[in-house]
Design a protein around this ligand. Sequence first.
Ligand code: NDP
Length: 342
Amino acid sequence: NKQVIFKDYINGYPKTSDMLLTSDATVCLELPNNNNDGPLVLTKNLYLSCDPYMRNRMNKSMEGSYIDSFTPGSPVIGYGVSRVLDSSHPDFKKGDLIWGLINWEEYSLIKDTSSLIKIQHTDVPLSYYTGILGMPGMTAYVGFHKICSPKKGDTIFVSAASGAVGQLVGQFAKLYGCYVVGSAGSQEKVDLLKNKFGFDEAFNYKEEQDLDSALKRYVPNGIDIYFENVGGKMLEEVLRNMRLNGRVAVCGMISQYNLDQPEGIRNLFLLVMKRIRMEGFIVFDSYHLYPKFLEMILPLIHEGKITYVEDTVEGLEHGPAALVGLFSGKNVGKQLVVVAHE
Ligand code: NDP
């Protein structure tokens, strides 16, 4: 059983050498007898998701994280898609497909089954359950529809717009009737935003000397909604360009995750002057909406009204580089790792 082990807590940017690929020749493909741990699920793991929040689990301190730190010497944990090989859990049976939190390994014996969701719809790519039909999809749905309080005709600005969450927020906003502008870190990503996801405008923030003037150029009438994925300087300059009664949905701040000290935002008084509502949210609080979300999104996928771009690497051994790559923008679209094709 190949595994990716988290070596030890880190500071600064993550490196592939912070994780170690190990291989254990003994794989037990049966449930243990006489188990007193409660229901168990034995899985063959197919797809693993690389997500920015996983960096926060590499910190010793939980201060900057909303989920427990990883345990040094134990496998990296993340969302994934698996096939059930055996199960003593009443909700899952042999042959089922599931998504949820799993170890980065080929086969898992899952004791904490609380995050597992049975996959009911297989007429879409299974890998979608790491992205559009999984945690990032739910994040975009809750973030846009519940936190942004959109109105038809609003102008929305999305940062990290071509990523797992951002590409969906932009498309949801277009379907809703908003004017949508995004920023991303390369020309290739900007082209995707405009030509594939239907953004009205997009720019490469890395090429702009002055973000304030870039925003004034691309969003001249101001921003009603900011879907915040990056934090730092971008947030500061967006606040300057918000309209009265604007809303900022704070989804994440990836530019801050590798810093020892988060950067300060100097112009928060603009919230008062412009009557802006700024609200953070965490997708974990909203999984009860998952069935409703599926009802909304599956027809949109089938009718081709929404599209999803994935960045796929083959092989568990390439997982660490894929995860680390999120923090330099290497991924184009949702980053995932194929452990095994079905
Ligand atoms: P992405 O697929 O967008 O991948 C991360 C992207 O962030 C990179 O490709 C890169 O794109 C950009 N990035 C990396 N470093 C920086 C930086 N220093 N400054 C600006 N941009 C940077 O990730 P997700 O869509 O999965 O996540 C987007 C955000 O949503 C993250 O902040 C994440 O933590 C948050 N999130 C929050 C959830 C919640 O419940 N609140 C749930 C899921 C995600 P580029 O080339 O454009 O720079």
